[in-house]
Structure formats: structure tokens, C-alpha cells
Design a protein around this ligand. Structure first.
Ligand code: ADP
Length: 298
């Protein structure tokens, strides 16, 4: 049973609260809560099987949640691409979109605009079969534009494309933002989310591990392992550091995380010494986004 939650605040097209979904005994989502801000490109990032498609299916009213709520801002128009549509190979891009508009019973006057938004206006008279992989996918996204939606939902938009097609579609998605659209997309590719999204939610086994602005969630950081004879005093000293690092106790040492490039080991050493702590161990462990993502999802 889906209960309606309160109307999202202005500027928040979609609010999801506590969504849980079971397929029989398989739990695909557990207490997922999200807020998708207006004008964002919001990426749901997670490995295969983490529940991304289930989440999109629920908020698009295709699947029923077991528990939890979601609410779109009232009157919002949505377009969605969950599976690649079957276009007719011998018909042109324009003719294919005309069929989509006909089937939906609306948007016949929007075909030219939809082709322009996805950058296919110069190719509208070309048969679909002659399109590159990237153009085929752009046409599929164009089909979601027919009702001139404010929000576009895309599941793995670059799956199955060649590198040129991937670049092409990513560029298109970034461009949708300039059209004032909000995009909610699912991807298992870290670099995709990193390249196109403004916001991200990391999903692992149906749970949101972390969400927010891309640079906050996937911030590159440098970690330093440090040890002195008095770990407690060292921890207290590090927590007072003006750069406000994250300090975590390890097994016989502390891990101190700074924003990438913000702290040189020699400077940290001096800071500790001046604070009365002589370091017996100091190692810099650079973290890439990749390793951070693996750490979040392993
Ligand atoms: P993702 O999109 O991240 O790959 P899915 O939402 O497709 O993840 O799947 C999440 C989990 O739910 C997986 O364990 C998957 O096997 C399971 N699942 C998805 N759809 C069904 C279904 N129709 N019936 C049973 N289990 C399903």
C-alpha cells in the first residue's frame, strides 16, 4: 500500500521515503529515501542487482513497493526510458517519433522540438537503420521528450553503446540540464555518474549508502595513517586540526582523511610534533574515486 507523503517542497520534483521492495523472499530495496532536486542530474549508482531498476520502476508506477512512499511534485510532466524501444529500421527518425506520438495520443506537434533537443534535427529524414548506435539511443531519449517533460528518467542510458555513442549520449544528458530539465538516471558506471551527474545516491544491495552533491559523496580524498605512543591524545589533536579531517581509529593506528591535495605528510608531521605528539608511523594512502566506490559497494 502506497501512502501519499506530503507535497514536496518547491524545487524538489521527487521525494522518496522508506521504500522497501520484496520479490518473494528477495529484498531488492530496503528503506530507500531520496530527494531529487529541481534541475539536478541525479544518478543512482550501484552495481548490477543493487536495486536501481526496481527503484525507477516503482517511482514510475510500473512496480508496486512493498512499503514506503514517493511523491512527485504536482502537475509535473515526466518522460522515461527504461528499455530501448523498438523503432522501425526502414522508417526515418521523424517517422518513428511520429508513431510514438500517435501511440501515446499526444505530442504530434512536439516531434520537431524533440528531435532538436536530442540533436537529431539534421538527421530526421535518415532511416533509423542508418543511425549510429549513439544516434539510435538519442532517438530513444527523443521519444521521452515528446510530451515536453520536466523530468526525464533514464535507466542505464549508455548500456550497449560504443565509445563514440557513450560520449554522444552523455553530452546529450548534460544538455538536458541546460534545457531546464531534471534528470534521474541509473548507472552501474562510476565514471558515467562522475561525468554527467550533479547529485548521486549510492545503492548497495538495495540500501542507500550515501547521497548528496556529487563532489560531497565522491570526493577524492587522501588518507594518512599515523601512529604515536598515545593514540587517544593523537586523535584529540587531529580532531582539532583546522582542516577538519575525518579521523578513524584503526588497529594500532589512526586514519586521517583530508580532501585530496589539502595536506602534505610533512605538514601533518610538523602539526603533530608541535602538538606534543611524535609520530612513529606516517603513511600517505591516496584514494581514487574508483577505490572509494569499490569501498562503498564491496
Ligand atoms: P539493478 O537495476 O541495480 O541491476 P534490479 O532492481 O534489477 O537491480 O534488481 C535488484 C534485485 O532484485 C536483484 O537481486 C534481482 O535479482 C532482483 N529482482 C529484480 N527483478 C526481479 C523479479 N521480477 N523477480 C525476482 N527478483 C527480481
Amino acid at each position: 500500500m502506497i501512502h501519499q507523503v506530503s507535497t514536496p517542497a518547491r524545487g524538489v520534483p521527487l521525494v522518496v521515503e522508506g521504500l522497501t521492495k520484496f520479490y518473494g523472499s528477495t529484498r531488492a530495496l530496503q528503506e530507500v529515501s531520496l530527494e531529487v532536486p529541481q534541475g539536478s542530474i541525479f544518478g543512482v549508482l550501484g552495481p548490477n542487482g543493487s536495486g536501481k531498476t526496481t527503484l525507477l520502476g516503482i517511482v514510475l508506477d510500473i512496480l508496486l513497493a512493498t512499503r514506503g512512499t514517493y511523491r512527485w511534485a504536482p502537475g509535473l510532466k515526466r518522460g522515461a526510458l527504461l528499455e530501448t524501444p523498438n523503432f522501425y529500421p526502414y522508417l526515418t527518425g521523424r517517422e518513428n517519433l511520429a508513431i510514438v506520438a500517435e501511440l501515446r495520443g499526444r505530442g504530434r506537434d512536439r516531434i520537431g522540438d524533440a528531435l532538436t533537443v536530442v540533436g537529431l534535427d539534421s538527421y530526421e529524414a535518415m532511416p533509423f537503420a542508418k543511425y549510429s548506435l549513439g544516434m539510435k539511443q538519442r532517438l530513444a531519449i527523443g521519444a521521452t521528450m515528446i510530451g515536453n517533460p520536466e523530468v526525464v528518467v533514464l535507466d542505464e542510458p549508455t548500456n550497449g553503446l560504443d565509445p563514440a555513442g557513450i560520449a554522444d549520449v552523455r553530452e546529450l544528458i548534460r544538455g538536458l540540464r541546460n534545457e531546464g530539465k531534471t534528470v534521474l538516471l541509473a548507472s552501474h558506471m562510476l565514471d558515467e555518474v562522475e561525468k554527467v551527474c550533479t547529485h548521486v545516491a549510492i545503492l548497495k544491495k538495495g540500501q542507500v549508502l550515501s547521497q548528496g552533491l556529487l563532489e560531497d559523496v565522491l570526493r577524492d580524498e587522501d588518507r594518512l595513517e599515523v601512529r604515536s605512543d598515545d593514540l587517544e591524545a593523537l586523535q584529540a589533536l587531529l580532531q582539532k586540526h583546522p582542516l577538519n579531517p575525518k579521523v578513524q581509529p584503526g588497529d594500532g593506528y589512526l586514519t586521517v582523511a583530508f580532501e585530496a591535495g589539502a595536506m602534505k605528510p610533512a605538514d601533518l608531521n610538523r602539526y603533530c610534533l608541535e602538538g606534543g605528539q611524535t609520530l612513529g608511523h606516517l603513511v600517505l594512502r591516496k584514494k581514487t574515486l574508483e577505490s572509494r566506490f569499490l569501498e562503498l559497494t564491496d
